[in-house]
Write a protein that binds this ligand. Structure first.
Ligand SMILES: [Zn+2]
Length: 299
């Protein structure tokens, strides 16, 4: 084969890969529900999954709020769909409750506290962790996957890109490496792991859809939930941290990809319009504190 042929052949392979990726993306997007025909989940409960104090808000709002303290909420969500239960994120590790020093993913920056365990909050509506058939995780930062060991038999739903990322070689800096190592430890080796490639209709009726929103981490996802009375709700994961990020289009400095982060925020804005949806921002404490808390629910 001449060099030119070789180049042409590899270009051909590249083009084919591009087409295949395009097809996969198109397939993934086709799992988005039709707003007029989507099924509904029965109930959506908020769980208090911790709160944290960080000593420099500018990490999340580069260029603004330098050295200012900021308190974040950590939120998990429980969805009832017929007889099935789906938990969205598992929060700060339950052992934190007994530790007055709190718990941290990056000790120099942020400390988490937990007032209520996931187990006790599930018990408020008569559930045991074993009743939860599916656990979907927005991404693998420790404050979102701190209690995976409570759900050894559940099917874990996460993006393949996220799983590959935390098992890849070293990241760009020490902070990211530390977060990746912690993620591997907290995720462990799930017995029933379902790795996803893009948007995924969880129950096959358009009621609950995982949305690919990478950028905060490589396989970050958000969740679109359809309820009879409340309509469509998007659970942010960490596609944005604060209302301010969203309004001013500001990308936190710890995000793994700035361009992807901006694209994902734009995507969420577009979906909010398409579905006339409400956005619940996981870490925005002033907003979260106003939302219903288990045993109250949205339906
Ligand atoms: Zn995060």
């Amino acid at each position: 084969m001449s060099n030119q042929t070789r180049v042409a052949a590899s270009l051909g392979v590249l083009a084919l890969m591009f087409v295949m990726q395009g097809t996969r993306a198109a397939d993934a997007r086709s799992e988005l529900p039709d707003a007029t025909k989507a099924g509904v989940a029965d109930k959506l409960y908020r769980l208090d999954c911790g709160h944290s104090l960080a000593n420099d808000e500018s990490v999340w709002t580069p260029g603004e709020n330098l050295g200012r303290d900021i308190e974040f909420s950590s939120t998990c969500w429980l969805i009832k769909h017929g007889r099935e239960w789906l938990l969205w994120d598992t929060g700060v590790p339950q052992a934190t409750i007994n530790d007055p020093r709190g718990w941290s993913t990056l000790p120099k920056l942020i400390v988490y506290h937990l007032d209520k365990s996931v187990t006790n909050q599930l018990a408020e509506i008569g559930l045991n962790p074993g009743d939860i058939g599916r656990v979907a995780i927005s991404h693998t930062h420790g404050d979102h996957i701190g209690n995976m060991t409570l759900f050894p038999n559940a099917t874990i739903l996460m993006q393949r890109a996220e799983y590959s990322w935390i098992h890849s070689s070293d990241g760009p800096n020490a902070n990211v490496n530390q977060l990746m190592a912690l993620a591997r430890k907290l995720l462990g080796t799930p017995k029933n792991l379902r790795l996803l490639d893009g948007d995924t209709d969880v129950f096959g009726d358009g009621s609950v859809t995982l949305l690919s929103t990478p950028g905060h981490t490589p396989g970050h996802q958000s969740l679109l939930v359809h309820l009879k009375n409340a309509g469509f709700i998007i659970l942010s994961g960490d596609v944005v941290h604060l209302e301010e990020n969203f309004e001013k289009n500001i990308v936190p400095s710890l995000n793994t990809d700035k361009a992807q982060s901006l694209a994902s925020m734009a995507r969420v804005r577009q979906l909010l319009g398409t579905y006339q949806a409400t956005l619940f921002i996981n870490h925005d404490k002033s907003e979260t504190d106003k939302l219903k808390l288990i045993p109250a629910f949205y339906d």
